[in-house]
Design a protein around this ligand. Sequence first.
Ligand code: TRP
Length: 455
Amino acid sequence: MADNNRANFGSKLGVVAAAAGSAVGLGNIWRFPYELGQSGGGAFLLIYIVCIVLLGLPIMTSEFLIGRMSQSNAVGAFRKLGPKGSKWWLVGVMGVLSAFFIMGFYVVVSGWTLEYIVQAVTNSFANKDTETLTRAFTDFSTGTWRPIIWMTLFLVITCVIIVGGVKNGIEKSAKFMMPLLLIIIVALGVRAVTLPGGAEGLRFLFKPDFSKIDSSVVLNAMGQAFFSLSLGMGCMITYGSYINKKNHLAHTVLEVTFVDTIIAVLASIAIFPAVFSFGINPEQGPTLVFITLPNIFAHMPGGLIWSLLFFILLSIAALTSTISLLEVIVAFFTEEFKMSRAKAAIIASAGIWVLGVCASLSMGVWSDVHIFGFTIFDFLDNITSKIMMPLGGLLIALFAGWVMKKDQMLGELSNNGKYKTAYFRAYYFIVRFVAPVAILMIFLNQLGVFRWLRL
Ligand code: TRP
């Protein structure tokens, strides 16, 4: 079954950098802080961490296992490991489709980060009030050409790195970008904490306000955990298939999850003290990064440097994630249709580009084109994070817990008895019972939300 010519991540550090690169993205730096700001600060953090441990760890373990055992792309993996003639490969097809859909809106926001790097360099946040900055953001994001040009550039960069291959493209770029990202975010955190009045932000972040917690906050935290760890659509199956047979899978899972969580927390440490120091409402929502932060930078000593660092950080984080999303599709095309990497990457990028243009235009001139009541952008976001990923995660848990052979899984996790697997019983119990029930709960709730929206 193992194909000796199959591409591999070269080093242990490379595996962690690439997988953490996938996990750490707009989800950590843009989405996590605003979700936290809207849902009770520390209380959300606490529930999020419970979700990471109970759901994130076992599902990532399952995806890595499925990938490394099968040495295949997301579709091929289920076909190789599932019973003959079964339809499990459809889970992989849904994953590849999810990759297209997620990329469709993700590259739009990624493109915005490039525009904001340029804005930072040209010092255009300086001396502007909130109203002006809000108008600037709205004008830009609803415009026709500028966002599309940035999105196209971002997609081209992603495509070039993917064509470079697993080792020389994905791994090499991640080993360069991830340490840089860590340095920038720590610098930003230190700067924010030392602002006058910054302590209040830390208090908000770490002191749980349980009165804000209700069932929808719990379910949001679970959805965020999925999105942030790149789970539920075969991304970690694909990366798992490149992990060397000598690597310790469980350690890799712990390291990637740790880095992802720490970066989400560091991003919040960088953002909230500054929010409080400048008297801005922490419950801003999705505009927090593109309107509130430039506002903060505009009134901060050395604002140009800090805003430049911040938007470079955001685009690096986004890039290592778009790379992983494109790789899901490219691995599928190259292995199932025997295409070259370059051809697969170009065809996939062209498809994503079309979706991305539609999503970008849906912010402006196409804002009254609706699919099930959503704009194209919101439709792609909602159908993936509220339906396709939870469903994928549920099916992956069921596949690992009920279809795969237990002793083969044990062999893969222990590298044929070399490593201790004392955690296996807990993992197996969670993946069979706890995770499916928990995910089913998120899923039903989301369907309930859709019904409430009268879809
Ligand atoms: N995890 C990334 C983030 O936090 C986004 C991402 C990359 C992703 N690959 C994925 C999300 C696969 C879901 C599935 O921004």
